[in-house]
Design a protein around this ligand. Structure first.
Ligand SMILES: *[C@@H]1O[C@H](CO)[C@@H](O)[C@H](O)[C@H]1NC(C)=O
Length: 373
């Protein structure tokens, strides 16, 4: 379809639509999740995919992701969902033309199942009482910057079918901070957070870090500060379940939190904090991530309701020259869905307009230099 002609209409409507989506919660299970997006794209994407095509895609999908289903009934049910997700991917492709959307390992899951098993951010907005990071100078920031090239980022991990994203975002930020403080990159334990961190949000009764049922990075930093630190990944390996007991051994602490704070919503402040303090824990709305294959994601409309915790590791502009945002580069985000998702486990999302809420909840952490202890 022709976006040049349609885009002004999108601009006018997107203010209205984003407002509506933001006040609506996405808590409803099932496919009614983005009815508004559906309305917007209605009539633009042509007929439904042919049944044969869908069957073909589904058999490739099963092979590629080694899917097997317990019964024919389950198989047929998953095929139905898969077809809905094919149409969803086509819709996402229309709404997000600078990225590629298609079949992923999550293509047989409803949005509700996906959210429950692969996301896991408990809080939707920034805590009011959080310490704010000092405002940093923003001149002289490099054009492109990537902590992966500096050795501050561990290999992409996989949270499995457990809503523990918040623990991976937390360890990623502390791994980077610990690297800056000590010069050593040590992979840290998410399982310690999943098993031992039950820190509650002082502002919201009943909102506590709770293993595979979700948590919040700031609460996890608070826990880590109180507990004395995090153990190494290899000393407390990830199991992907929260049924175990806490096995924290305080004689084996590998990284300690000195302090943590939230970064102002300003994109330049986010870049300056990233550059100075290392990778940042950020929250995002993950709706476009279920179908993301690669490229720079820059959807015309995306809810800012935060439901996923990830790690901001860099930014750039190379190889991306969108008509819409000529001089707006992208953020580079480390996810926790394994290396087979996205761009070897990473996601790129455009900067400039708080797309999918990516600028709304950003935290920075500093580590204690344990070398001198
Ligand atoms: C946080 O801790 C680091 C390392 O000890 C220190 O350099 C920095 O000034 C602290 N930041 C704040 C805001 O207290």
């Amino acid at each position: 379809m022709e976006y040049r002609n349609v885009f002004p209409i999108f601009v006018i409507f997107s203010f209205f639509i984003v407002g509506v989506i933001c006040t609506e919660t996405f808590s409803a299970e099932g496919f009614e999740v983005d009815p508004l997006i559906e309305q917007v794209t209605d009539g633009h994407e042509g007929a439904e995919p042919q049944l044969l095509t869908a069957e073909h895609h589904f058999s490739l999908f099963k092979k590629r992701f080694k899917k097997s289903y317990g019964s024919q009934k389950e198989h047929d049910y998953r095929f139905k969902i898969f077809q809905v997700n094919l149409r969803r991917a086509a819709r996402h492709q229309n709404l997000d033309p600078s990225a590629t959307h298609g079949v992923t390992q999550f293509s047989d899951l409803t949005p509700g199942e996906f959210r429950k098993a692969y996301l896991g951010l408990r809080r939707l907005r920034l805590p009011k009482d959080a310490t704010e990071a000092p405002i940093l100078p923003t001149d002289n920031l490099p054009q492109d910057f990537d902590w992966r090239e500096k050795g501050a980022v561990t290999p992409v991990k996989n949270q499995g079918s457990c809503g523990s994203c918040w623990s991976f975002s937390t360890t990623g930020a502390l791994e980077g901070a610990n690297f800056l403080a000590t010069g050593k990159l040590v992979s840290l334990s998410e399982q310690q957070l999943v098993d031992c961190d039950h820190e509650c949000d002082p502002e919201e009764a009943g909102s506590c870090d709770s293993g595979c049922n979700g948590g919040l990075m700031n609460s996890a930093f608070e826990y880590t500060l109180k507990a004395g630190g995090l153990m190494r990944e290899e000393d407390y390996p990830y199991t992907g379940t929260d049924r175990g007991t806490c096995k924290f051994d305080n004689t084996k602490v590998a990284a300690k939190v000195a302090n943590f704070s939230v970064v102002s919503l300003d994109e330049d402040q986010i870049a300056a904090n990233l550059f100075k303090n290392g990778p940042l824990a950020v929250a995002i709305n993950a709706v476009f991530m279920q179908t993301y294959i690669g490229g720079v994601s820059c959807p015309y409309i995306c809810s800012k309701r935060l439901d996923h915790g990830v790690l901001l590791v860099g930014y750039g502009s190379a190889g991306y020259a969108p008509v819409r945002m000529k001089d707006k580069p992208y953020w580079i985000i480390k996810n926790s869905w394994g290396e087979n998702w996205g761009e070897n486990g990473f996601y790129r999302i455009c900067r400039g307009r708080n797309i999918c809420g990516v600028d709304s909840m950003v935290s920075t952490v500093a580590a204690v230099n344990t070398n001198s202890e």
